[in-house]
Ligand binder design. Sequence first.
Ligand code: GDP
Ligand code: MG
Length: 381
Amino acid sequence: MSKGERPDWVPDANNEAFTTYVMPGVSDPHHDGLPRVETPGPAEGVFAPVAPATPARKLAAQDYIDGILSGNRTMLARAITLIESNSDRHLDLAQEVLAGVMHKSGNSIRLGITGVPGVGKSTFIESFGTYLCDENNRVAVLAVDPTSSLSGGSILGDKTRMEQLSRHPNSFIRPSPSGGALGGVARKSRETMLLCEAAGYDIILIETVGVGQSETLVHSMVDCFVVLMLAGAGDELQGIKKGIIELADLLVITKADGDNVARAQRAQAELAQVVRMLNCPTEGWRPKVLLSSSVENKGITDVWATIHDYINAGKQHHWLKEKRQQQNVDWLRALVDEALKQSFRQNPGVEKILPQIAAQVKEGKLPQMLALKQLMEAYRA
Ligand SMILES: Nc1nc2c(ncn2[C@@H]2O[C@H](COP(=O)(O)OP(=O)(O)O)[C@@H](O)[C@H]2O)c(=O)[nH]1
Ligand SMILES: [Mg+2]
């Protein structure tokens, strides 16, 4: 299969909204998996153009740290590759780098952008992100996709939707980390976000790519959770059922252009009513419902102004800092849970007796609590 071709397992019916294409594989371990963008001349000064990494020299943690802190994109990309590596060999170095830059992280506005596939997330990020970059912000775009389990950078997300933004000297775009369990993707995304902040990116946009799990994951790592919605087609109700609206700090109805405007306005009124009925646990903030069109570049400044209001409310009522602190601790808790689970499953004593015990439980011959007791005894032995 050649570059840009769709794999044959892509359903025809999914048309444009299905954004998976086959990309050439990447074998260089230092390559960040992105196509090389030729940046003309030295005019871009501060940001070195992304050049192929020199594989010869092995970098020490301090090289990465210095590079990231000076805003060097190549070093940032290489450090992210390190963070994303599934090899134990890279873990210590990656964590050393992270520890060395963390004091410079945390100074950004973290935004989650979610919504059903096809709602227009990538296109929205393209126009919103470009607007923010033009306003002299430095914008990092990350994608979180727990459903993508293919490794080696062979499949990338829809970077093509962000062509203009990806060329902007103030932007940094990183597609979804590939590989592994939800916990792995969560760790990589979180740590990548911190690296980007340390490199001076002051707005982080995180697009959810998969459906389902990625929303809660992204919600747990951002300041403001923006839910994009389509007018009509019962999407308002879908969102309610899935509980996504309850998570939203801001709702944006997309594609409010052409003959879709009237429908979008109706949806806005309906959604605003739904939001009014929800109880808002956030002091000084009630989720707003806005309209936008990425193709006509409408509503973009409104969205930004509203996010500003949200952040200001969070500072004024002191919940923004608390929210982040809570997210930090929640993350540690999740890691501890994961580590304990793994330690339990890999315990030789447990492994030995688990099959018989599971069989007895399956047949209804052994109460679960008694089974648990035996397993815990084996674990602690
Ligand atoms: N008319 C219109 N179409 C849009 C707009 N934004 C996105 N689209 C189209 O909707 C489709 C899905 O967009 P995409 O950004 O890939 O959605 P995602 O799956 O949520 O990332 C594409 O065909 C876009 O061209 C918009 O503001 N107006
Ligand atoms: Mg997309």
